[in-house]
Structures are given as structure tokens and as C-alpha cells.
Design a binder for this molecule. Structure first.
Ligand code: 6LW
Length: 497
């Protein structure tokens, strides 16, 4: 930016639990993906502030098993990405039944990634990988405990050893272990991933401890403040191109009246770190931050329109639990995305859905739908119980809202036969009183002359994490509720704040 600042979050939208890894001039980040397939988005950067998605690590059913009973916020939790011995290592928990901790390797983080090495001896969630000078691999998990691991075979040796449980906050988790200077540093999150979240650090002379807590813990928290970035925690450390230290972490942007609602899920932020007396001190975390002192490498914006003119979908597109080619394909009707319904509504685990994360507080989306052989449309989804959608059937368009146990038809309108352009506009809610929600979602149809006719406007709070619960954020996309539905293109565009 010409004003000398860059924007934070550096990876906006539902991209939580970032783990970062540097190899030469290149940086890579991975995030949790829960019930979505493909899983674990992978980002690349040269400057820590501009990031482009280069793939999804888990893009084959053999790598990512999610079942109809894998509810929203189940599935893939908190990966750790590391580079060691000439390859990338990715360790992660799939909380779906029978899965557990899994290890994958790749020579290129864009993929392909290996099949999983199963880790039945690694308990719990949030696994971290770290190698000591002897080449021993230490796997540290939430709790916080540690076990020796042979990462090639997945075999563990000994029993997990309790290392540290933080300063007494809830949920000591997200451990990462680093050799920095004379010490081994154990960085964890505690306080839970909601408003109490924070980052605490301990250090020891060996990777197995004993660990001495930092006197200034938590080294980062925004709890009990009115800071616009809340829930800050789950951090990972990295060095910038000039050797300075930085942390990626998750945070949220609650808006509206009290208690505040965040709708984009937990996002990836960047914060500066300095070392004072052998302890990390986290600098100011801001929405616009001073540009770092090294050359910037902006990445091209993701194009507004996806024409579905490529054989494979772009990596930003995700589906629910799986994406069988027989139900979702760009090869059936050239340059269209074709969805064949399985489940008949977005409440069903087997609904056929293709969406992308909402990444901007203000944005618009449009899609041109041909419902001649079925019924389907455009949805904004928080989870299976919290979604709004506009649906086209031959000759008619309807707006629905599903909030918890309630589902209602909000509006309907006849339309001419043939393809129809459906859309949503998401805009901040004008401040009114202490109960004002975060934003408003207006669903409508685009007329042949390009004007947008709103059929229904809905309060965004019901598609927020504070209402729905869980760990995810909004995803906007296309679905089929009956028969076969074709989508000519999909536009997603940020709007001025
Ligand atoms: C993740 C835990 C957390 O496993 O939330 O914020 C959990 N931190 O470390 C799910 O993302």
C-alpha cells in the first residue's frame, strides 16, 4: 500500500489455526478445514503479508475421510507444517470416528501430498512436530504432553509425558516447540478459542523440558479489551526475510452491539515479535499494520468470476465431506458447473454444495443458474443448522432461512423460464442500539438490465459463531436440492467497506 501500511488479517475469512513454515525465501501456511473437502488449504508468500492459495493438502478421499455423521466443526483440526530432511511434514488430527492423528509428507507443498501415516500412539489433538540435534522427533499435543515419534513409520516409543499445562487458563492447546538460541521454547494457546484466548510460553534446556514459564505470560491476549481483533491465540513463530521474528495467529473481528458477533470465522493475522531477555514480546496487532522493512511481493487478486471453464475446480472451492465427480463436475456441460442433488436441502449431510469462504466484511456474490432439470441455488452457510439461501426452480425463485431448529420461506417470486442470476449482498448493519447485529444479507435476483432486485434481507447474526457455535466461518456457494442444476459462472467480489 502506498500509505506504508498493509492489511491484517493477512489471510482473511475462515482460516483458523495457522501453522507456518519457511524454506529459503518462501513461506507456507496451512489452516484447519473441519467438515470441508478438500481439506487443509495451503498458502504461499514471499513477504509474510501477501498470501496466495496454492492448493489443499488433503484432496483425495484416501487422505481425508469424513462421514455423513461428521458434523460441522468435526473433521480436520489444527495442522502443524514443518520442513525437515528435504521434505515438508504435515501432522493433523481428523476427529472423525476412527481417524485420529495423521502424518503426511510432500516435496512441494502445493501437492501432491502422501497418503496418511496413521498415528494410533499419538493421543489428543493439535499435534506438533519438532526434531532435536540427534534427529529424534518429538510430537507434542494439547494438554500439553509429548511423545517420541518415528515420523516415517508412525510408531511411538514410551508413554506420553505431561510437559506443562500453562498458567491455569482453560484448554492448554496448540503447542509448538522450537529450538531458538540456547533454549527450547514451548508456545501454547490457553483460555479457550473464544474471548479468553491467549498465547503463553515456557522454555527449557531440552525439548522434553523441564519448562520454566515466561514471567510475562500470557505473552499475547486481547481478553477484556475493546480491541477490534478478539480471541487472539493459536500462534506459530517464524523469521522474516531480514531475520526479525513474527507470529501468525488466529483472531476474530466481532461487530454489532453486545456481545458482538463474528461471521467470517477465525482468521489468520500477523504480529511482530521481539526477543527481550530470552523471552518473546509480541508487538502491536492491528488491522492495518506498518509494512515490513523488506520488499513486498503482492499476489494477483483472485478473479471475481469463475467461469468453470477448467477441468478441475480452483483450490478455493470446497464441498461438504466429499466431492464425488459423479455429483459435481465441470465436464458434463462444457464451461458450466453441474451439480446432481443427493440430499434435498442444506440441512442434509449429503447435500451437494460447492462454496468459497466469505473473506470480506462487505461483499457480493452472483451466480447464473439453469434449474431446468432440478432445483438449487446460492447459499451462505455457517453450518447445517445455520444457513440462508436463494433457490431457483423452473419459473420460481424462493429465499429460505434456516436458524437452529427453524426453517422458513422468507420470499418468493415468479421468474421467466431459463437461466436466472441469483445473488446476495452482504453489508455492515448500520449502528442502531446495543442489540444491533453485525451485518445484513440481502438476497435477490439480477434483472436482465443488470439491476439487483432484493427479495429478502436477513440479520447476519444468525450466521455467526456466537449464535451457531463451533469453529467455522461463513462459506458462500452453490448447491443442488433436487435433480440436476447447472451453474454458468459464480462471481464473488469485495465491496467498499
Ligand atoms: C483447535 C484448537 C483451537 O484444535 O481450536 O484455537 C481448535 N484453537 O487448538 C479447533 O480449531
Amino acid at each position: 500500500m502506498s500509505d506504508g501500511t498493509v492489511s491484517n488479517p493477512v489471510i482473511p475469512g475462515f482460516h483458523p489455526d495457522p501453522s507456518i513454515c519457511r524454506v529459503g525465501d518462501d513461506y507456507y501456511v496451512v489452516c484447519s478445514s473441519f467438515e470441508y473437502f478438500p481439506g487443509i488449504p495451503v498458502f504461499h508468500s514471499r513477504d509474510l503479508v501477501h498470501w496466495a492459495q496454492i492448493g489443499n493438502a488433503l484432496d483425495r478421499p484416501g487422505q481425508l475421510r469424513l462421514y455423513p455423521d461428521t458434523a460441522s466443526s468435526g473433521g480436520i483440526y489444527a495442522p502443524t507444517l514443518r520442513h525437515h530432511d528435504g521434505r515438508f511434514w504435515l501432522i493433523v488430527t481428523n476427529v472423525a470416528e476412527g481417524e485420529g492423528n495423521l502424518l503426511f509428507t510432500a516435496t512441494d507443498p502445493a501437492g501432491p501430498w502422501s497418503d496418511p501415516v496413521r498415528l494410533p500412539g499419538v493421543p489428543g489433538i493439535d499435534p506438533d512436530l519438532s526434531w532435536d540435534e540427534d534427529g529424534t522427533c518429538w510430537c507434542t499435543v494439547a494438554g500439553v504432553s509429548q511423545i517420541r515419534l518415528d515420523p516415517y513409520t508412525g510408531e511411538t516409543s514410551g508413554e506420553p509425558r505431561q510437559l506443562w499445562s500453562g498458567t491455569g487458563g482453560a484448554a492448554p492447546e496448540a503447542p509448538h516447540l522450537y529450538r531458538i538460541g540456547d533454549y527450547w521454547y514451548l508456545m501454547i494457546a490457553e483460555g479457550g478459542t473464544e474471548r479468553g484466548h491467549g498465547v503463553s510460553v515456557a522454555r527449557g534446556r531440552t525439548p522434553a523440558g523441564p519448562f520454566e514459564p515466561c514471567p510475562a505470560n500470557p505473552v499475547l491476549t486481547h481478553r477484556s479489551t475493546d480491541h477490534p481483533i478478539q480471541n487472539t491465540g493459536h500462534a506459530d513463530l517464524v523469521q522474516g526475510p531480514d531475520g526479525s521474528w513474527w507470529m501468525v495467529l488466529l483472531g476474530v473481528r466481532p461487530r454489532g452491539g453486545t456481545p458482538g458477533w463474528h461471521v467470517l470465522g477465525r482468521e489468520t493475522f500477523l504480529a511482530p515479535v521481539e526477543w527481550v531477555d530470552g523471552w518473546p514480546v509480541v508487538g502491536e496487532l492491528t488491522i492495518r499494520m506498518p509494512a515490513p522493512a523488506w520488499p513486498l511481493h503482492p499476489v494477483p487478486d483472485v478473479p471475481v468470476r469463475d467461469d468453470f471453464d477448467q477441468a478441475e475446480l480452483q483450490p478455493c472451492w470446497v464441498s461438504l465431506r466429499e466431492r464425488p465427480a459423479r455429483l459435481c463436475t465441470t465436464k458434463e456441460r462444457p464451461d458450466w458447473l453441474t451439480l446432481h442433488a443427493a440430499g434435498d436441502s442444506l440441512d442434509e449431510p449429503d447435500v451437494v454444495f460447492v462454496g468459497r469462504r466469505q473473506q470480506h466484511l462487505s461483499c457480493g456474490a452472483r451466480t447464473r443458474v439453469d434449474p431446468a432439470e432440478g432445483r438449487g441455488g446460492l447459499a451462505v452457510r455457517l453450518d447445517e443448522r445455520h444457513h440462508y439461501e436463494i433457490e431457483a426452480a423452473a419459473g420460481e425463485v424462493k429465499v429460505f432461512a434456516r436458524v437452529g431448529p427453524l426453517r422458513t420461506e422468507v420470499a418468493s417470486r415468479p421468474v421467466a423460464a431459463g437461466p436466472v442470476v441469483l445473488g446476495v449482498e452482504v453489508a455492515p448493519h448500520p449502528p442502531a442500539d446495543a442489540r444491533t447485529g453485525p451485518d445484513l444479507l440481502s438476497f435477490g435476483v439480477e434483472e436482465p438490465d443488470g439491476t439487483f432486485t432484493v427479495l429478502g434481507t436477513l440479520d447476519g447474526r444468525y450466521l455467526s459463531t456466537e449464535v451457531a457455535g463451533g469453529f467455522t466461518g461463513r462459506v458462500i456457494g452453490m448447491y443442488a436440492a433436487a435433480g440436476t442444476v447447472h451453474f454458468d459462472w459464480f462471481d464473488y467480489e469485495p465491496r467498499p467497506a
